[in-house]
Ligand binder design. Structure first.
Ligand code: SDX
Length: 442
């Protein structure tokens, strides 16, 4: 007789039951546990077994993928990149380390960091032919339109790194995109103001190089302020990645068809441009300038609460954060440092923003709907103080988010369960009907 094991029986796998009350039929759906955050109901077999689709416009309750890159706890206002708090990374790390962390999953050793920085540095130049793309735009073209066009055009220049099945080429394409975005962005700015393009310099770090390419002119020496370079580096860290936001989901869906990484990132840039997403930083500045004075704040708070008024408080609210966006806290602190460094006392827009935040956070509507400042609320004030026009704010967001996009794109390509993203729908249009010849129509 075999000795029965005294060990407790393994717990049965967790499931949820779906019951169709029109037929009384029930089905068990598997639940997958998360390391952090909500578990998920696996509905991949739902349609095959029940003939039913799920329905979740805007994906408010849908996990689109499994990921190990970024975790957000919206209720607690927590943001982790590969397990590290955004506050710690912003305080103690730098953007190149964060890029390495997002791409490789671990903070680099000193040798790994040096090698990564050198790789990025030696990819910052563009093919000279790309400069001609800028001349096709009007001088007053929005720089985000230029970014979409020029980044998409990179696929015409780097055929070797469009082979997404080659892990080495996937990493080369990732390095090229991270490295070239500041150059492309700075050139978009220079083109808009009629100044000559400034080539990257290999003796400057990533953030300083970007400021140099943006603000230096050939006619005189330009010294990058270390305080502004550090502030720029921190802004890049704060915008690097953010789980499955609209633009990252756009990149993942584009990449799921096998499209080349340059085209996918161009799609991400296009999605980020929207005022509900990355375009909000530009919209915040426009809103603050429209409000103008503290006396007019109540008028705009009421407009934001008025369902019949499309106006929303830009830089407030978030699909995930129902607490203070941890990036906004770091950004607000950075705001004061930059303004102090620039000797800007009593910046009226900052005073207005802080008063607007104070009033909104005391208002029942914002409290009940858990609407807090997000990453975009203070970033524009810093960028304006640094000399960037508002049209460049979302461009800077795109420069920073490129590492997040490529890290998520690589994770998607390397996921063995990956397949083309092809959602279904709830169809409520006409049932089939006969064609009516033109002669018989009213
Ligand atoms: C980014 O997803 C990400 O992670 C994005 C991002 C990233 O790093 O990638 O964090 C970057 O995009 C930050 C968000 C920047 N956008 C803005 O600041 C624009 C202003 N914010 C809103 O448009 C809005 O809050 C969203 C788009 C950010 C979130 O919209 P949701 O999740 O779809 O929420 P919702 O529109 O359903 O709003 C819930 C309620 C609504 O009221 P009810 O219909 O329930 O009565 O809150 C209200 C909204 O009307 N509301 C606001 C508001 N935001 C939401 N009311 C006034 N002002 C606002 N800003």
């Amino acid at each position: 007789m075999t000795q029965k094991s005294s060990a407790a029986p393994a717990p049965s796998p967790r499931t949820v039951t779906v019951t169709d009350n029109s037929t009384g039929k029930s089905w068990e759906l598997p639940v997958h546990e998360a390391v952090l955050g909500p578990a998920v109901v696996d509905v991949r077999q739902l349609y095959g077994t029940t003939g039913l689709f799920t329905f979740d416009p805007g994906f408010t309750s849908t996990g689109s993928c499994e990921s190990k890159i970024t975790f957000i706890d919206g209720d607690e206002g927590v943001l982790l990149h590969r397990g590290y708090r955004i506050e710690d990374l912003a305080e103690h790390s730098d953007f190149m380390e964060v890029c390495y962390l997002l791409l490789h999953g671990e903070l680099p050793s000193a040798a790994e960091k040096q090698g990564f920085e050198q790789t990025i540095t030696y990819h910052t130049m563009l093919h000279e032919q790309l400069t001609y793309f800028y001349r096709g735009f009007r001088r007053d073209a929005h720089p985000m339109a230029i970014m979409v066009g020029v980044v998409g055009a990179l696929s015409a220049f780097y055929h070797d790194s469009t082979d997404i099945s080659d892990p080495h080429q996937r990493m080369v394409a990732s390095h090229r995109l991270i490295a070239k975005m500041p150059t492309i962005a700075a050139m978009a700015y220079k083109f808009s103001i009629g100044q000559p393009f400034v080539y990257p310099r290999n003796d400057l770090d990533y953030a300083a190089n970007f400021l140099h390419m943006t603000f230096s002119v050939p006619a005189e020496a330009y010294k990058v302020s270390p305080v502004l370079a550090r502030a720029m580096d921190r802004i890049l860290i704060l915008h690097a990645d953010h789980e499955q936001n609209a633009s990252t989901s756009t990149v993942r869906i584009s990449g799921s068809s096998g499209a080349n990484p340059f085209a996918c990132i161009a799609a991400g840039i296009a999605s980020l441009w929207g005022p509900a997403h990355g375009g909000a930083n530009e919209a915040v500045l426009a809103m603050l300038q429209e409000i103008g004075t503290k006396e007019r704040i109540p008028e705009f708070i009421e407009r934001a609460k008025d369902k019949n008024d499309p106006f929303r408080l830009m830089g407030f609210g978030h699909r995930v954060y129902k607490n203070y966006d941890p990036r906004a806290s770091v950004m607000r602190k950075s705001c004061h440092e930059v303004l102090d460094e620039l000797g800007i006392k009593d910046e009226p827009l900052l005073a207005l923003a802080m008063e607007l935040e104070r009033i909104a956070l005391e208002d029942d509507y914002f409290v009940e709907k858990k609407l807090f400042p997000n990453v975009d609320f203070y970033s524009g004030i810093i960028l304006k103080a640094m000399g960037f026009p508002t049209s460049m704010f979302t461009v800077l967001f795109a420069v920073a988010r490129t590492v997040g996009w490529v890290a998520q794109w690589k994770e998607m390509i390397e996921d063995p369960s990956q397949k083309i993203s092809r959602p279904r729908q709830l169809y409520t249009g006409h049932a089939q009907r006969d064609f009516v010849p033109l002669s018989q129509r009213d």
